[in-house]
Structures are given as C-alpha cells and as structure tokens.
Design a protein around this ligand. Structure first.
Ligand SMILES: O=C(CO)COP(=O)(O)O
Ligand SMILES: O=C[C@H](O)COP(=O)(O)O
Ligand SMILES: [Zn+2]
Ligand SMILES: [Zn+2]
Length: 309
C-alpha cells in the first residue's frame, strides 16, 4: 500500500455514515500508537502534520515516520498538512509527497479566502493532491454563548456552495461550535447540528470536516491532575455528538488534544509511581500504548471506521 489521497476514503465514509479519524503526529511514539490501533481495527487513517509539528520534528523525520507506518501497516494512509497558513507551506508539502493539504484561509475575508484557497487547489490538483479549505472560524465557548458573536464566527451556510464552486476544494472544515484544545465548553456542550444539516443540503454529497473534535476524556484529566498536573475545567465534545456528526455529512474528524492528554496522563503517572526510573522507554512505551487505546476506542466506538481499510 502506498500513500493515498482522501478522496475515496471520504466518499465511502459519506455513503456509509461513518468518519475517518485525522490524528496529529509529532513524534515516533504518536505515529506508532495510532498505527497500532488502526492495524488492529483495519481502519483507514489520516496522519496530519501541523506547522508546529514540522518545526518540532522537522519535515523529513515526520515524512519518513509516515513512510514507515505505511510499510509496517499495509493500510491506506493519507499524509495531510493540518492548518496550512499560506500558499508556500502548502506548496512545500505538495512538493514533498503529501497527498492532502489544508489551506486555512478562515482568518481572511471571504473573497481573499476564496482567492488563496483556489491558488492552492490549482497547484495541488495539477499534482494529484487534494485540498481541504475552511470557512467560518472555530471559536471558544465565550463566543458560542453570545449569539451575535456566534453568528459572526460560525460557518455561514449561504457562503458554502459559492466557496466550494469557486475554489474547487475537495473537503471543507466548518465551524459549528467545536474549538481547538482542552477547554471547549463551559457548562453544557452544544453543537449547531441544524447548521450542519443546512450546509450538507446546499452541497449534497460533499465531505465536511470537523476540527476541534477531541472529547477530553475525564479519566485523563483526572489522572493528570492526580499526578501533579493542573488542567482544571477541561471539557470536550461528547462522543454521542461526534457519532451524530459522523452519521451526517462529517467525513473527517480531527483529534489531537485527546492524544496529548492520554500521553501526558500516562507519563505523569509513571514519574510519580516510579521515581527511580530514568529510561525513556519505560515511560514512552506505556504512553504509546495509551495513545493506541484511545485511538482504537475512537475508531471502534466513535468514528465507526473499523474494517473499512
Ligand atoms: O482540529 C484539530 C487539529 O486540526 C484538533 O482538535 P482538538 O484540539 O479538539 O484535538
Ligand atoms: O489544530 C491544531 C492542532 O491541534 C495542532 O496543534 P499545534 O499547532 O500545536 O501542533
Ligand atoms: Zn482554522
Ligand atoms: Zn484544527
């Protein structure tokens, strides 16, 4: 199996009412944890690399780790750029063998977002690479509580068909109430499913992407805090909502924070329980297993993409 684009994966996910997991990778243990889960579940998977990950691990190491994952797993794997900020980073990733890039023009005015996204699409499509765009800004809970701010940042359904037609993007990230990181809601979790429904009717069959979709499992939060951490009040997207989104037009679900929490909780616990240890394999090994367990749980019980490879 070689690297694949997400075209086929997302189409099948749309038709089958499930979603593909897009997990952020930053080092070997994270790649291995994800791939060990995907292998056991025979699930297709999207490995995504942020600008921060490129800076941390360097592009060449990440690419080679993903190459190893393909050889090791024989699964369909997409190598995707997460939140490409400008044309240059998208071009660099297309040129170095990524099969998918995201151009996140959501911070720009609508017309500029269209122009920038189309520029990336033109370059990528000519080279067989697919593109994810973003319309609407992911916001924190403060904005969501305030209705007028909510309408200003959530994806405007009236813009979606025009954006898709004018840019030629292959998938679109939308804002319906999720946000990045571990503090997504204060009080009640709420996603705007009506908006998602409206959008999906305006672009029938078109794959939608959900960012900021970590569930922030309380067992990890509790364990982090129990073993010296301080991440009070963390709250994520309830799994039931992700299942609902996956049954609708959402075909790609982005998860990073939950992997970070799984890894950190495991390492914190190890350091407190084994103060005499100083062999990194002794704590990175269990951390890798913790990532595997959470990814396997997502694939099986939330995304519904087991045995879809
Ligand atoms: O959207 C994401 C990466 O693009 C990750 O979201 P989380 O912070 O909810 O894991
Ligand atoms: O969407 C953001 C991802 O979680 C990546 O985060 P990062 O930029 O810290 O690597
Ligand atoms: Zn964005
Ligand atoms: Zn994101």
């Amino acid at each position: 199996m070689a690297l694949v684009t997400s075209t086929d994966m997302l189409k099948k996910a749309y038709e089958g009412g499930y979603a593909i997991g897009a997990f952020n990778v930053n080092n070997m243990e994270i790649v291995q944890g994800i791939i060990n889960a995907a292998k056991e579940e025979q699930a297709p998977v999207i490995l995504q690399v942020s600008a921060g990950a490129r800076k941390y691990a360097s592009p060449i190491y990440l690419r080679k780790l993903v190459e190893a994952a393909i050889e090791d797993s024989n699964l369909p794997i997409v190598l995707h750029l997460d939140h490409g900020d400008d044309f240059e980073i998208c071009k660099a990733c297309v040129d170095s063998g990524f099969t998918s890039v995201m151009i996140d023009g959501s911070k720009h005015p609508f017309e500029e977002n269209i122009r920038l996204t189309k520029e990336v699409v033109d370059y990528a499509h000519e080279r067989g690479v697919v593109v994810e765009g973003e319309l609407g800004k992911l916001a924190g809970v403060e904005d969501a509580v305030n209705v007028s701010a909510k309408d200003a940042t959530y994806t405007d359904p009236d813009q979606v068909a025009e954006f898709v037609a004018k840019t030629g993007v292959d998938s679109l990230a939308i804002a319906i109430g999720t946000s990045h990181g571990a503090y997504k809601f204060k009080g009640e979790a709420k996603l705007d499913f009506e908006r998602l429904e409206k959008i999906s009717k305006l672009v029938p069959g078109f794959p939608i992407v959900l960012h900021g979709a970590s569930s922030v499992p309380q067992e990890f939060v509790t364990k982090c805090n129990e073993f010296g951490g301080n991440i009070a009040g963390a709250m994520g997207v309830p799994e039931e909502m992700l299942r609902k989104a996956a049954s609708m037009a959402v075909c790609k679900i982005n998860i990073d924070t939950d992997l970070r929490l799984a890894m950190t909780a495991s390492i914190r616990e190890h350091f407190i329980n084994h103060p005499e240890e100083f062999d990194p394999r002794k704590y990175l090994g269990p951390a890798r297993d913790a990532i595997k367990r959470i990814v396997q749980h997502k694939i099986k019980n939330v995304l519904g993409c087991s045995n879809k490879a």
